[in-house]
Design a protein around this ligand. Sequence first.
Ligand code: CDP
Length: 227
Amino acid sequence: MSPPELRRGVVTIDGPAASGKSSTAEWVARELGFTHVDSGAFYRAVTAAVLRTGMPPGEWTPQLVLEAARIVSAALAGASMVPHLVGDPADAEIRNPQVTANVPRVARMPAVRAWVNAQVRQVATERPIVVDGRDMGTAVFPEADVKVYLVADPWERAKRRLMQHLRRLPTDAEIAAETDRLVHRDAADATQSVAARDAVLIDTTHLMQEEQVARIVALARAALGPA
Ligand code: CDP
């Protein structure tokens, strides 16, 4: 059976940890009037769900993880499709450090990848989307209208992520520790984090977010024609 037809309009934004994919994707979606889907949030939600079981991470099996994922559902919040846990939004829980440290372990499981991919593709059959993650332009939407791969210097990524969480200028020691965690997670995610051959690479190290959003919106308008 061939997969269901996608609604016209799929923009994928991939890249390494804390490269600004989600905030950029959300802004681009608003500009285009599309729905934003953060695939990483679904991997995080599955990880939070399995952490709730209390089972130690070393004992997680794909079967246990999928069983735990039954409490995860997708819900529309404003212009974004977000995961809920037992019907409630759980943004703080899915972004806590314990979840962040354990996501790659879960994301490595093919059965979990198939589950997240099915959630994301389902949204794209219903509405035009801007979706961000690691493999959206390769494994999930090889036929996307526009593919972008965001990169940035690890130190800059770490600084931005800390500023987002701490809401103040981080110290050099804090940035160094966060850089270490990001580089470690990038290595753990390396298998699924490859830019599509037809992706447009944007290095955001010296860019304002506004500029990267404008570039992606222009690419989408050129590919899709006027709204
Ligand atoms: O925002 P950040 O870049 O820190 O990460 P995220 O997009 O929230 O993704 C969290 C984790 O989910 C990543 O470290 C990967 O392990 C996994 N992930 C993935 O494997 N494939 C995706 N398409 C998206 C996320």
